[in-house]
Ligand binder design. Structure first.
Ligand SMILES: Cc1ncc(COP(=O)(O)O)c(C=O)c1O
Length: 369
């Protein structure tokens, strides 16, 4: 089976982990700080705050940016549920706008009609590994004095012009979940140039305690800390990230070369001046392709090719989020695409031979039907 994702762990990660185990210093400490500094450097920002996972990073970033009860946050319905749940965790209201068909990211032309007096921030997602429309959103945010909190959970090492993923708004949030482009099992990080946001975020991740002062609580907080054990893996993965990224981009280019001319198969679009890091390589299965998306997935799975559906249902169709919709809200592109998207294996362990097998199998469906 060619799996849809697989973490790559070498002796380097294992040694780094064992070293921390032997040191006896397991929880948040020097390794976490080293990891934070290294991620900040990669992103070209002043500060990084390590957290227990990407959801905690989003929640913490919203809290530290001053988002609270009743504030409206504009976001996309075509994402993982954590994006919107983090907004709800702050008592704020997710206000959805539909996606642009070429990028799967929020459509900037649909944002301004959703801005009200209660709107405080935009929360774009860099879906599948391509950064949102930075210039358009920055313009809207500047005009309406809104913050941008970037959900960069899928896009570490992506860039737009010279800006790195995570650094394109007031704060950016990464996930290091096991399937991500670099991983620590579970893990997350905020990156930002905002000192005040950094101070509050560091307190929030540790019960509201200021750094280095125990049992003093400045405000509400959680236990969202990262362990040194986790950071030890992260540091090694970060060293390998550029190689991982290049392999993903190479695999994506081969897939596109082999699939782009098949009628009904829509391959991903890499926007001008973007570096898409292909967390997912997602095609759409549309008319006139002879099988529908679910039939293609089944066909591939039977022939040893793992697939993923990201995402089978846009968020506004889940009951805990549907109640926040404005009356006439519709998201036709997200709804249509949720029936068409199919992600194919693109991770660094996918070989050239695997890619040829995937292309040949999909071409066979078209040629035999
Ligand atoms: C777009 C997006 N947002 C948020 C998250 C949440 O990250 P985590 O699973 O590390 O909490 C993920 C990853 O799963 C994601 O893909």
């Amino acid at each position: 089976m060619i799996p849809i994702s697989k973490p790559t762990i070498t002796n380097k990660e294992i040694k780094s982990l064992v070293d921390v185990c032997k040191s006896g210093l397991l929880v948040q400490g020097a390794k976490v700080e080293e990891f934070e500094n290294a991620v900040a450097k990669l992103c070209g920002v002043k500060y990084a705050i390590a957290l227990s996972n990407g959801t905690a990073a989003l929640h913490t970033a919203l809290y530290a940016a001053g988002i609270g009860h009743g504030d409206e946050i504009i976001t996309t319905p075509f994402t993982f549920v954590a994006t919107a749940n983090a907004i709800l965790m702050q008592g704020a209201i997710p206000v959805f706008v539909d996606i642009a068909p070429e990028t799967y990211n929020m459509d900037p032309s649909k944002i301004e009609e959703k801005i009200t007096k209660k709107t405080k921030a935009i929360l774009p997602v860099d879906l599948y590994g391509q950064i949102y429309d930075v210039e358009a959103l920055q313009k809207i945010a500047n005009t309406h004095k809104l913050k941008i909190i970037e959900d960069a959970c899928q896009s570490i090492n992506a860039s737009y012009k010279k800006q790195m993923a995570g650094s394109c708004g007031d704060a950016g949030c990464f996930s290091f979940y096991a399937t991500k482009n670099m991983m620590t099992g579970e893990g997350g990080m905020i990156v930002t140039n905002d000192k005040k946001l950094t101070t509050i975020a560091k307190q929030f991740r540790s019960h509201g305690q200021p750094e280095h002062i125990r049992y003093e609580y400045f405000h509400l907080g959680y236990n969202y800390r990262m362990m040194d054990l986790v950071a030890a893996i992260g540091l090694v993965q970060l060293d390998r990230l550029e190689t991982f990224t290049k392999n993903r981009i190479k695999n994506a280019a081969l897939l596109t070369k082999g699939l782009a001319d098949i009628p009904g198969i829509i391959v991903p679009t890499v926007m001008k001046e973007h570096r898409h890091v292909f967390h997912q390589y997602t095609i759409r299965v549309t008319n006139p392709f002879p099988l529908d998306r679910d039939q293609v997935a089944q066909y591939l799975n039977k022939r040893g090719i793992g697939t993923g559906i990201y995402y089978p249902k846009p968020l506004h169709l889940y009951s805990h989020l549907a109640k926040y919709l404005f009356k006439r809200d519709v998201f036709p592109i997200s709804e249509q695409f949720s029936h068409q998207v199919l992600s194919l294996p693109v991770h660094p362990l996918v070989s050239r031979k695997d890619i040829h097998h995937i292309i040949k199998t999909i071409r066979n469906i078209y040629e035999k039907n």
